[in-house]
Design a protein around this ligand. Structure first.
Ligand code: C5P
Length: 238
């Protein structure tokens, strides 16, 4: 797997939309994120199409269910040989450990175990919302760190988090804990519904292992140019 990838979020409804987005990239091999919208429509065959074009895949389905169900679901996902999968940390230690067991059981002999990360709090969640809606009285940062501890305890590789949280995670959880950060915007782009946006440069300076960029690239007038600008800024900060 690429060491510090810029992952493009393919938040499109159909494979036709994805293919027209990818066409101007010609034969470049990208690292892409396939989320629920696209996967629920196009399913496994489209993942194989993307893999056959040389793209690496983060399958972002954010599993959250009872441990046994998550284990069996992960066993299925492991057989697809994608690069990164994820769960919600709020499912608890037992559920996350079960996810890992499923991945180990489902990875074909000689195949590479997918990186398994957990979502702590969505980057669209503000502290006020967390405290009022979920009645979690801790600060957002403390809660995220607490969840990271559970993720580590369960034996997963790391977390999806805001780049603003990376430095503290490095200090308190450890430097080999994988941090993948969405909510990335260049200064000139709109924040949309994200509450805690960070530039690619700062994400790199904070030490994020990977960034996920969606609308900043997919909705740009010239997506290839936008990709290159995000990529350059991400590399410059490293
Ligand atoms: O368009 P934008 O760059 O905001 O897209 C970010 C992508 O990352 C979306 O696909 C979103 O679902 C995903 N994501 C996120 N925050 C998380 C986990 C995933 O924004 N905590």
């Amino acid at each position: 797997m690429q060491k510090h990838p810029l992952i493009v979020a393919l938040d499109f409804p159909t494979k036709e939309n994805v293919l027209s987005f990818l066409t101007p990239f010609e034969n470049r091999e990208l690292f892409v994120k396939v989320g629920m919208e696209l996967f629920y429509r196009e399913g496994v065959p489209f993942l194989y199409d993307l893999k056959s074009k040389g793209h690496s895949i983060f399958l972002d389905l954010k599993l959250h269910d009872i441990p046994n169900t998550v284990k069996r679901a992960m066993q299925q996902l492991a057989s697809l040989e994608v690069d990164i999968v994820n769960v919600h940390a709020m499912g608890g230690v037992q559920m996350m450990s079960a996810a890992k067991e499923g991945l180990v059981a489902g990875t074909p002999a000689g195949g590479k175990l997918p990186t398994c990360i957990a979502v702590t709090q969505l980057t669209s969640t503000s502290e006020e919302m967390m405290q009022k809606e979920f009645m979690i009285s801790a600060s957002l940062n403390d809660h995220v760190i607490h969840l990271c501890g559970l993720v580590k305890e369960a034996g997963l590789d790391g977390v999806v988090c805001s780049a603003q949280e990376v430095q503290r995670i490095r200090e308190e959880i450890g430097s080999s804990f994988y941090t993948l950060t969405p909510g990335i915007r260049r200064k000139e782009d709109a924040a949309d519904d994200q509450q805690r946006v960070v530039t690619p440069f700062l994400a790199a300076e904070y030490g994020a292992d990977a960034i996920v960029v969606g609308r900043g690239i997919t909705r740009a007038d010239n997506p290839v140019l936008a990709y290159d600008q995000y990529e350059q800024e991400w590399r410059r900060g490293r």
